[in-house]
Design a protein around this ligand. Structure first.
Ligand code: GCU
Length: 661
């Protein structure tokens, strides 16, 4: 059988120049037989050959270049320094992972136009943990997956092949050091990942990851003592439950010595958790953390806890409040090997949300930022939506939790509190599609998340340019066109879907395409609370009080519609359609204009893509073009449904007299 082909994403190693030399490798301070080091060297050999035609040899000759790898314990953990000169390259690193990252940095710089002898960088990761969360299920399906089926699981079996290794290479090349291999909603066979049924295969997977500096983690079913152990409770304070976990976790570490720990979704959207037994989230997390601690493991506990069947007709009820309400009072109660994983916004990965007030709101607890690279609410990897600018906004947000080190980047990296555990996690957007991410351009988000979590100071544009150079190696003019497309795309998507922070208005189950009143879990209420006079949710001190969950400076800013950033106006306020925005336009006119412009600008994106036909490989070009056709249908549909909905509600005509369908 022909092996299935898949693309090499940003590790395609295009020919960059024709070098005349060969390379000799000299290693000092490291064990050459170490798995990570061997993988690093083999990547160097592969990349250098493909990009410069130069080979690595063992023969010492006078004019050979030397690639010197040497240990330097004065550098930070996982850090590296690369320095090219006429003799070759010096790579110094703290540890083997630093060597691996250094090699990928060398190859990246060559792919971006430098000669091998010119490479230069001094780098260390900003975040201790840089993780991918797979929402893959054991039957091969992927929750919110838009790129085919899982490449980890087929029919409840774990699949390990060349693709697994390529995947690990891609992740290492962008600095990822932890991977959660199964969906946070742990159902069916996934509960058995911590049993004999799967240990051997998980170990094999974990060994491959380990060779690329990546720890394997799993999502955990809090009800395992019942489902696997036959107990009649999973109360975290019950003696039998604790002793069941002690045995289970010992078994896990006997079989998977390098195991990282567990990610837990509890008490949310139907998942079991400590609330059932009148216990707190801290009771649940700490019990597991104590049991796993002797093995060096960690518990990553998600803060996405809310009551999904809330009755929204009560205007004081507010899902946005839930995370803070459940977790803030327990700040300081979590043990030191617990990390709380917090979604970037208080709701659920909308195209625009304020930053969750828990980030930095907690001052005595390890925190990790969770973002969604999978485009659940942002276009299903059909519509172009480069998400890195959104992540940057979140990282750069001043929480005002202290003076000086108060951005989200400060908080999650550990700079604010001086803690060692924290970082960034992404719900990944991969699947077994030939190109991994469905839309070839969605790989920019995957690449970008890794790069940004490694170095939060990189700009969205720098990341886009790097990705374009490595993936397509385009001439400058075309590279600029694609870069501009990426950078424009998020706002365009926002304009034709749900501007001003209103969110949702999307089909309730699928989350693609408009359904203005759609709400997933309950018949009661809408997300937007529109009536014939206005739209938006009053989250001020007179409304749900959500704005008061922020530190004073931000609370004040959000509480007043005149100081609230306009892109979040309808998130925080219920505003009349006749309200004048800073542009002088009324709110209603803004809604019309935004949707017309968004649709038009989406057409602009598609037209720009057509300009790249000659320089993008044909299959790639066609795949993306087909998606632009669908995106344009989607944008039209959104424009028409939203505009006509609000026209009918408000009865205010479009000042420009355009047809509202
Ligand atoms: C969203 C998403 C779910 C997912 C949940 C989560 O609500 O639609 O599919 O399980 O987030 O993050 O746990």
């Amino acid at each position: 059988m022909e092996p299935k082909k898949w693309t090499q994403l940003w590790l395609d190693y295009h020919k960059m120049y024709e070098g005349q030399k060969s390379w000799i490798i000299a290693v000092t301070g490291f064990d050459k037989e170490n798995k990570v080091l061997r993988n690093a060297l083999s990547e160097f050999e592969k990349g250098i050959l493909a990009m410069t035609l130069e080979t690595v040899t063992e023969e010492v000759s006078a004019d050979a270049l030397t690639f010197t790898i040497s240990q330097n314990r004065t550098l930070p953990i996982e850090g590296y320094r690369i320095d090219g000169s006429h003799d070759g390259i010096l790579l110094e690193a703290f540890d083997e992972k630093g060597v691996l990252y250094g090699v990928f940095a060398i190859l990246r710089q060559i792919a971006c136009g430098k000669r091998a002898t010119e490479v230069e960088e001094n780098a260390a990761p900003t975040n201790p943990l840089r993780m991918m969360n797979h929402w893959d299920n054991m039957d091969g399906s992927i929750e919110r997956g838009y790129s085919g089926e899982s490449f980890f699981y087929v029919n409840e079996e774990i699949v390990i092949d060349d693709r697994t290794r390529d995947y690990a290479r891609f992740m290492a090349s962008i600095g990822i050091n932890g991977i959660v291999i199964n969906n946070v909603n742990v159902k069916g066979a996934a509960s058995y990942l911590i049993t004999d049924r799967y240990f051997d295969k998980v170990k094999e997977l974990s060994d491959i990851f380990e060779g690329y500096g990546i720890k394997l983690y799993m999502s955990l079913n809090f009800a395992s003592p019942i489902e696997l152990g036959g107990l009649d409770t999973c109360d975290p304070l019950d003696k039998d439950v604790i002793s069941w976990w002690e045995d289970k976790i010992k078994e896990v570490y006997d079989r998977l010595p390098g195991f990282g720990g567990f990610l837990v979704k509890a008490d949310s959207e139907g998942r079991p958790g400590p609330f059932t037994y009148g216990r707190t989230q801290a009771d649940g997390a700490n019990m597991l953390a104590d049991v796993i601690k002797p093995y060096g493991g960690i518990i990553i506990w998600r803060c996405f806890v809310y009551n999904c069947t809330q009755d929204w007709r009560d205007t004081k009820t507010d899902r946005a409040r839930a995370g803070y309400d459940y977790f803030k009072d327990l700040d300081g109660a979590y043990h030191d090997n617990v990390i709380l994983q917090i979604k970037n916004g208080p709701m659920d990965f909308q195209i625009r949300e304020p930053v969750s007030p828990l980030l930095g709101g907690l001052m005595h607890t390890n925190q990790m930022l969770e973002v969604q690279v999978a485009q659940e609410y942002t276009g299903h990897q059909i519509d172009l939506c480069y998400l890195i600018p959104m992540y940057k906004e979140v990282l750069d947000f001043h929480t005002h939790c202290n003076r000086g080190k108060d951005t989200v980047a400060d908080v999650v990296s550990g700079r604010t509190m001086g803690n060692k555990l924290g970082g960034m996690a992404a719900v990944i957007n991969t699947g077994n599609d030939e190109n991994w991410t469905g839309n070839d351009l969605a790989a920019a988000n995957l690449y970008g998340f890794g790069r940004l979590s490694f170095n939060t100071r990189l700009t969205s544009e720098e990341i886009a340019k790097e990705w374009i150079a490595q993936t397509f190696n385009l001439p400058e003019k075309e590279s600029d066109i694609l870069c501009s497309m990426l950078l424009r795309s998020r706002e365009i998507y926002e304009k034709y879907t749900s501007p001003l922070g209103i969110g949702w208005m999307v089909t309730p189950m699928g989350h693609y395409g408009p359904s203005v009143d759609g709400y997933e879990y309950s018949r009661w209420g809408t997300y937007h609370r529109a009536d014939h006079l206005g739209i938006g949710v009053d989250r001020t001190d007179k409304g749900t009080g959500y704005a008061q969950q922020y530190y004073e400076e931000n609370a004040k800013m959000y509480n007043d519609p005149n100081t609230c950033p306009e892109e979040l106006l309808l998130f925080f306020h219920h505003i009349p359609y006749t309200w004048k925005l800073k542009t002088g336009k009324t709110l209603m006119q803004h809604i019309y204009d935004s949707h017309f412009e968004g649709e038009e600008e989406a057409r602009g994106l598609a037209a720009d893509w057509d300009k790249l036909k000659e320089v993008i490989p044909a299959e790639s070009f066609d795949r993306v073009k087909k998606r632009f056709d669908l995106q344009l249908d989607n944008a039209r549909e959104w424009r028409d449904q939203v505009n006509s909905y609000f026209y009918r509600k408000s009865m205010i005509p479009d000042e420009k007299g355009r047809t509202i369908y």
